[in-house]
Design a protein around this ligand. Sequence first.
Ligand SMILES: Cc1ncc(COP(=O)(O)O)c(C=O)c1O
Length: 129
Amino acid sequence: MQKAQELCRKTSTLFVLDEVQTGMYRTGTFLAAHQFGLRPDMVVLAKALSGGLMPVSAVLMTDKVYHAVYSSLKRAIVHTSTFSENSLSMRAGLATLDVLEREDLGRARCSSARCFAPGCAADCPASTW
Ligand SMILES: Cc1ncc(COP(=O)(O)O)c(C=O)c1O
């Protein structure tokens, strides 16, 4: 993954990670990327974002990507669907994040999880996303 990130930086390519299966503390840290010191430009999340109960997904991105592409409809081609951004799914996603934060479940998960990165221990970097 480090090599892929380096290659993306060298070729001015966005480094995008799919963390649908690995994000939301499922591998220890909020994103698996945090265990490997990766700095993705964009990250895709889904499934566990609603506790698996509602169809919801999200694309996280750096401010740089957001302002270069999505901050104005003049620059972005918006791909959407009938039920995208529906209130119930958005509420389920926000509620999941709220419970994780309020009950500090991420920290509990991080200290009890066996992280995948070599040498990674209880002092996993906390998520800043
Ligand atoms: C790693 C990964 N990315 C993306 C997807 C697609 O997710 P969805 O079915 O929510 O579009 C899946 C589905 O299993 C997945 O495992």
